[in-house]
Write a protein that binds this ligand. Structure first.
Ligand code: MN
Length: 315
């Protein structure tokens, strides 16, 4: 999707004081509106936390009743330097991109778009959409070695499912609990849906050198005894070998984690990079129709315009 509010997303990943590194941090998500009225809770980036591993953007949208409205409509817009990662709980989204991909995504499936040096895409509710849309979209920052790689798109209809200590874990990205998700990523990370069919206290193994974030999507989850529901995002610093969770019947949460990202990451609008001059060039190139971003075919509506960054051209 598209970042609708660029004003405070020029972010640096190095902001976290070292004293907090082992700690637990409760982040209150920031409200935003996407397109024509879809309510979003933004967990990353926020003032207190820019990244969790390579995960540099995390939106929780809905559950939204699309009855009577236009549904989700995000017109063609570009990305660079990142992978967009879509995970739904309810409803469907139709993805189109400049590589010619045309792909529906339903709950339990992964759409992973690798932007690299440049790509563009649109996202919309399919014509015969269901009444409700509920899901997440995340961005994964690409490492320096793949920042300018060739763009790519993957759809994965099925992910590994593991039952562990009362939780049904669906492994959407990375390696965990002896399984490997099919989505192709470039840094050590994990992304998983956790679902509790019955109330349970659950203990799950963690990677000692990963940092983690837990985002409740439905119901409440207590993280190391601290209760959190939708609208809260619980950050956990590196150094843990186990995660203690407690949740009621029907609770669902998203767990993201990874090794703390090696590079300083800058975001402007839908671009991820390392350098302000390069981000400003992406803005100019997209608005000038540069061929690097290709063309999205079949979307009935205008492309989005990139906002000019506030810093001087030579910054
Ligand atoms: Mn997008």
């Amino acid at each position: 999707m598209s970042n609708p509010r660029p004003d405070d997303t020029l972010s640096r990943s190095g902001d976290c004081p070292a004293a907090e590194a082992l700690g637990r941090q409760r982040i209150v998500t920031r409200d935003a509106v996407l397109g024509e009225g879809l309510h979003i809770r933004r967990a990353l980036p926020v003032r207190q936390r820019r990244m969790v591993g390579a995960w540099c953007f995390l939106d929780h949208f809905g559950p939204a009743d699309l009855t009577g409205g236009g549904g989700l409509r995000v017109g063609p817009h570009p990305h660079t330097g990142l992978q967009t990662f879509t995970w739904l709980l309810e409803g469907e989204i139709l993805h189109r991109d400049s590589l010619g991909s045309l792909q529906r995504i339903a709950p339990g499936q992964v759409n992973l778009m690798t932007a690299g040096r440049g790509i563009s895409h649109s996202e919309e509710s399919p014509p015969e959409r269901g009444a409700v849309l509920h899901g997440t979209q995340l961005w994964i920052a690409l490492p320096d070695s793949h920042l300018d790689c060739e763009p790519a798109f993957e759809h994965h209809p099925q992910q590994p499912r593991i039952e562990r200590d009362g939780v049904i874990v669906t492994l959407a990205a990375g390696r965990w609990l002896g399984e490997q998700a099919p989505a192709r990523v470039y840094t050590p990370l994990v992304g998983a849906e956790l679902r509790w069919p019955e109330a349970a206290a659950s203990r799950l193994p963690l990677e000692h050198d990963f940092e983690y974030g837990l985002l409740p999507l439905i119901g409440e989850v207590a993280v190391e005894g601290e209760a959190a529901g939708p609208g809260s995002f619980i950050y956990l610093g590196p150094g843990r070998d186990e995660l203690a969770l407690r949740a009621g019947a029907g609770a669902v949460a998203l767990l993201v984690g990874g090794r703390p990202f090696a590079s300083e990451v800058l975001l402007w609008w839908n671009f991820v990079g390392r350098d302000r001059r390069v981000l400003a060039r992406h803005v100019r190139d997209w608005n000038a129709g540069d061929a690097r971003f290709g063309e999205v075919r079949g979307y009935d509506g205008p492309r989005l315009v990139a906002p000019t960054p506030p810093w001087p051209p030579d910054a």
